[in-house]
Design a protein around this ligand. Structure first.
Ligand code: NAD
Length: 353
């Protein structure tokens, strides 16, 4: 048995169809009185519905969240929270909206109640990000962890298959890297394996029959576990590559994860055999890399960097950037190996077992 430290902050989680009905009770239970509701412009109606349910507890809505939390948006949201005398934020949406809530909490200490509607998992992590002058800076602070997370699968019914598939693969990536994290532990590995199992069995159903509420619930359950894994242990080459590609080449977040994951797993397969065995078993596949690639194909998600906006002449630069300050990883992260990984991901070839 390995030695480990388990230091998991507790977040209250309310899970189930209809859990959204408990929003006002949860805000009240936390002793809060004036909630600023956050969303993206696309989910403005969700924010309005949340405000309606909050009634007197709603201070206003701020439906301007966008990807990667630009500092200007964060400042505007913080000013709005101050002007409206808000004592908490209700963030309803995906990682972009919850990220905006975190940016407010980081500065003001306001409590967050998160109502996630994608599988990104940000609601369970102390990780925040802010983009200034085109550069995204991330950090960890427990102050940004939501006090309560309300998971209502009914809210994910509107998540189109085109977003749901990659978002689910993004969640699986958190689990896979948790299995071989240098600071991993057996409890988190249990969460990771169960997260992969739940997502692998539910995502094809979500994409094939988008109205299947059981499948939506199973996927959201997997996403919760995945977010917990991401919040608890460190990340390796896969996330490093995705951050580099997303930040430098402005590629779409969940899609980059989907494309890179099978190749990052292949890269690490010999260095982390036990993690790969667990992942393959949870995927019901002969090898983890194959299982992940085949799942992405089945979901109709992208499998090639060339199809999501990556310029062919950017591969060397991406390899250089991601090997400069690599995250801890089971296999040493050196330029040649990473370039080969990126070339395969660019072409979208099925990795070797
Ligand atoms: P997103 O939040 O950007 O949402 C994508 C789009 O889908 C938006 O237009 C949104 O309004 C819409 N949408 C969300 N839920 C919907 C629903 N149920 N129905 C219809 N439309 C819906 O995407 P995301 O993948 O959830 O989040 C990505 C961002 O989150 C990235 O910036 C990433 O860096 C960050 N992230 C952070 C963490 C962390 O721990 N800090 C973890 C994962 C992701």
């Amino acid at each position: 048995m390995q030695s480990f430290t388990f230091d998991q902050p507790a977040t209250r989680v309310i899970f189930g169809v209809g859990a959204f009905d408990r929003l006002a009770d949860e805000v009240r239970r936390l002793g809060l009185k004036r909630a600023l509701v956050l969303s993206t412009p696309e989910q403005r109606e969700d924010a309005e519905e949340a405000a309606r349910r909050l009634g007197d507890l709603a201070a206003g809505i701020f439906p301007h969240a966008v990807m990667h939390v630009p500092i200007e948006t964060a400042r505007e949201a913080r000013d709005t929270a101050r002007r409206l005398d808000a004592d908490c934020c209700v963030a309803i949406g995906g990682g972009s909206t919850i990220g905006l809530g975190k940016a407010i909490a980081l500065e003001s200490g306001l409590a967050i109640v998160a109502v996630p509607t994608t599988y990104a998992g940000s609601e369970m992590t102390p990780i925040y990000g802010l983009t200034e002058d085109g550069i995204k800076k991330t950090g960890r602070d427990r102050k940004v962890l939501p006090k309560t997370v309300i998971y209502d699968p009914a809210l994910t019914l509107t998540l189109p298959p085109k977003i749901a598939g990659p978002s689910g693969m993004n969640a699986i990536a958190h689990c896979v890297e948790g299995l071989y994290a240098m600071d991993g532990n057996p409890i988190i590995s249990m969460f990771a394996a169960e997260g992969i199992r739940a997502l692998a069995r539910s995502l094809p159903r979500v994409v094939e029959t988008p109205g299947d509420l059981d499948a939506r619930a199973d996927a959201l359950y997997g996403a919760w576990l995945a977010g917990t894994v991401l919040g608890a242990v460190s990340i390796g080459i896969h996330h490093k590559l995705c951050h580099t590609l997303g930040g430098t080449f402005n590629l779409p977040h969940a899609e980059v994860h989907t494309v890179i994951l099978p190749h990052a797993v292949k890269f690490n397969s010999r260095a982390a055999p036990e993690a790969m065995r667990i992942a393959a078993e949870a995927l019901g596949a002969e090898s983890a890399a194959w299982g992940l690639f085949d799942l992405a194909v089945r979901l109709g998600a992208p499998v090639a960097l060339k199809d999501i906006g990556m310029p062919a002449d950017g591969l060397e630069r991406a390899a250089e950037l991601s090997t400069q300050n690599p995250y801890a990883n089971p296999r040493p992260v050196e330029y040649e190996g990473v370039l080969e990984l990126l070339r395969n991901a660019y072409a979208g070839t099925r990795p070797e077992a």
